[in-house]
Design a protein. Structure first.
Length: 264
């Protein structure tokens, strides 16, 4: 399917690795001009070369800590100098702060909120003037399916991602009169760098998606109906559709991408 992305300008924060990079690759392969935000220049450089190899000759990386307002402002100043508008903003980054209610400090709580919710707020705020200049515009936000199936050690992370879901719903209402569509994906257990690190730390082969899901079942009791974790590449096409011109009437939606579960 042609998603109508040829020459569209797409910005993916958290686009240098994992599911963010998978989404950026799908946009690039469909003809979009892609900019990615990430904290590490080396990761950005590698990702940009991959995007160029997929056809996004104008791909660019912008070093940015989305937890810092000045970084976000500088990144979007660079974006506006390069492109006159933005069609799609994807907010994929998030920080998985681990700990339970008794062990997490106030500073760790605020770190989680800063990375998993406020980073997206800063990027939306910076991107809106450029989104409004586009013929059509979309925002795709990442929440997490774990907001529906709690784990004691992820209380701050899931709370922050629930905040992200609420922000997304409000934005879909607020921006609908301007025909800026806002949708949210809720990933389940994907073999992200963070999940692979967890798996390796628990003696699980981080490249074995079936073994990872068995570990999740054992440690958290949240297996997917499909007996494996997701590959980040499987998230890319979902995000690309939501962020495309073809998606012309879905806004305010929350879509599980979780391999099947009992949580709707």
């Amino acid at each position: 399917m042609d998603l109508g992305l040829k020459d569209a300008v797409v910005i993916v924060q958290g686009g240098s690795r994992g599911m963010g990079l998978a989404a950026a690759e799908c946009f690039a392969a469909d003809g979009a001009k892609v900019g990615i935000l990430g904290r590490t220049q080396a990761d950005l450089d590698i990702a940009v070369e991959r995007l160029k190899g997929l056809g996004a000759a104008d791909a660019a990386g912008f070093a940015c800590d989305i937890g810092v307002q000045a970084d976000v402002d500088a990144a979007f100043a660079g974006i506006s100098a390069r492109w006159p508008h933005i069609n799609t903003l994807v907010n994929a980054a998030g920080g998985e702060v681990v700990g339970d209610i008794e062990t997490l400090t106030d500073e760790q709580w605020m770190e989680s909120v800063n990375l998993s919710a406020m980073g997206a707020v800063r990027c939306v705020r910076a991107a809106l003037p450029l989104l409004r200049k586009a013929e059509w515009a979309r925002i795709v936000n990442f929440s997490a399916h774990s907001i529906k199936r709690q784990s004691p050690g992820l209380i701050a992370y899931t709370a922050s991602k629930a905040m992200m879901a609420s922000i997304s719903k409000n934005l879909s209402l607020t921006l609908a009169p301007e025909n800026i569509l806002v949708n949210t994906v809720l990933p389940g257990s994907f073999a992200s760098p963070a999940l692979k690190k967890w798996a390796a730390g628990h003696g699980i082969d981080p490249d074995d998606l079936h073994a990872i899901m068995r570990g999740i079942d054992e440690h958290f009791g949240h297996p997917a109906h499909l007996p494996r974790a997701g590959d980040p590449g499987e998230m890319g096409p979902v995000v690309a559709f939501f962020g495309s011109r073809v998606n012309s009437y879905m806004t305010g939606a929350f879509v599980n991408v979780d391999g099947g579960s009992d949580y709707s």
